[in-house]
Design a protein around this ligand. Structure first.
Ligand code: PGA
Length: 249
């Protein structure tokens, strides 16, 4: 059975106090039910404190980004080694906002994945098409292109990865992919994983949906056979909404 996951990506929101309060509220109410993983992904300034709060409640913590070099003169960047020294469990790689505003190339993303894996941190690799590609019926092709860098990983490396399918047109727009649209893309991602790494690895790979996932649509999305949970942006900033989505797992 693959792991069900709900991850809350706070993006560049929450001042220090607000972030601590949000994580404390979530930690106070959350009780681990099965083997699910609930991951808080705050900005860097919160990581250390949120890790403390999360640990006691059985929650995991992720970083929103990482630099691929180990250390050195890279002002403003944080390495996988530094994240590992704080016992960070996961890190996002290739979120569409990073691809768009920070021009992250596929080769950079592969280096980030390798740097994280070398430190025992699990990458959450994000993929998803823009509206144009969806309208032109190029969404499967676009996502298959984005996934190509993953096929350079060994089986053991790939087995550590979580994939998040986030159609760009659904992120922060209030327009969610229908459960059918999500399911067919997730199934096609899993089929590609199977082609490259075989059935057991494909069956074990958690594939999350992201893009305007809310308490009122989470259950229907998570019921789909190949949707193993969600990567939540806006709704992760409110503890009640976030926990309602967790409960929909
Ligand atoms: P959203 O963001 O839930 O606010 O659409 C999802 C994401 O970008 O991870």
């Amino acid at each position: 059975m693959r792991t069900k996951i709900v991850a809350g990506n706070w993006k560049m929101n929450m001042n220090f106090e607000e972030g601590i309060q949000l994580s404390s509220e979530i930690a106070k109410t959350y009780t681990k039910k099965n083997q699910e993983e609930v991951i808080l992904i705050p900005p860097y300034i919160h990581l250390s404190k949120v890790k403390e709060v999360a640990l006691a409640a059985g929650l995991k913590v992720g970083a929103q980004n990482v630099h691929f070099e180990k250390n050195g003169a890279f002002t403003g960047e944080i390495s996988a080694e530094q994240l590992a020294s704080m016992k960070i469990d996961y890190a996002l790689v290739g979120h569409s906002e990073r691809r768009k505003y920070f021009h992250e190339s596929n080769q950079d993303l592969l280096k980030k994945i390798k740097a994280l894996l070398a430190e025992g941190i699990r990458p959450i690799f994000c993929c998803g098409e823009e509206l144009e590609a969806r309208k032109s019926d190029l969404h499967f092709k676009t996502v298959a292109e984005q996934l190509k860098i993953l096929w350079e990983l060994s089986k053991e490396e790939f087995a550590q990865l979580v994939i998040a399918y986030e159609p760009v047109w659904a992120i922060g727009t209030g327009e969610t992919a229908s459960s059918l649209q999500a399911q067919e893309m997730h199934a096609s991602i899993r089929a590609l994983v199977k082609e490259h790494y075989g059935k057991p690895i494909a069956e074990n790979c958690s594939i999350l949906y992201g893009g305007s996932c809310k308490p009122d649509n989470a259950a229907e999305l998570f019921e789909q056979a190949d949707v193993d949970g969600g990567l939540i942006g806006g709704a992760s900033l409110n503890s009640n909404d976030f926990l309602a989505i967790v409960n929909a797992l």
